[in-house]
Design a binder for this molecule. Sequence first.
Ligand code: MD3
Ligand code: FE
Length: 206
Amino acid sequence: MAKTNPLPEGLRFYPGFLDRQQQERLVDQVRDVVTVAPLYVPVMPKTGAPMSVRMTNCGPLGWVTDKDRGYRYQATHPLTGKPWPDIPSEIGAIWDAVADYCKPPEACLVNFYGEDAKMGLHQDRDEQDFSAPVVSISLGDTCLFRVGGLHRKDPTRSFRLESGDVLVLGGESRLRFHGVDRLYPGSSTLLRQGGRINLTLRRVNP
Ligand code: MD3
Ligand code: FE
């Protein structure tokens, strides 16, 4: 018998979790968020090198980064100084359906990938509470996503994340290294101008 290759413990993948209509409503809700909290180009701590994704947030806290103060969560948009807009109800409902966690998310990071954007291998460790999972929602063009182990040099596995897919990273997988290697431009018709939106829901405080 062929040997199966199960997903790592704590990584739950829901391909096609959202139908087309739900995806379109989420895009509308993300547009409303971006109207209040415009996308901006985040930069790496210390070097100030720009990242290739554009970002914004909704929820009580947002993940931000800049040259001098580095990665952190804060309650306001770094450019407008205004509080982040609320997490739209349909986005919060996805957390309720899949997170299996007793508290609501505090941060919803919105990553926008143009056709050449990518995200290097990293861990999500700016949160106080690692017992809560991270929930990732993909919209628009397919990407090639990579997940490794708890050390940067551990072997990695690659997956495609398509529009409507939901990924939950909890348990032993919460601190795995991960990244986005590339997009497949033109693979989805959801976003008229192409590109990919990833929504990452996180609990920050215990
Ligand atoms: C946590 N975003 O914003 S989805 C990020 O598609 C980020 O935009 C990617 O990584 C994106 O930090 C990936 C979220 C994700 C995926 C895998 C993980 C978070 C994870 C594995 C372990 C812990
Ligand atoms: Fe991450």
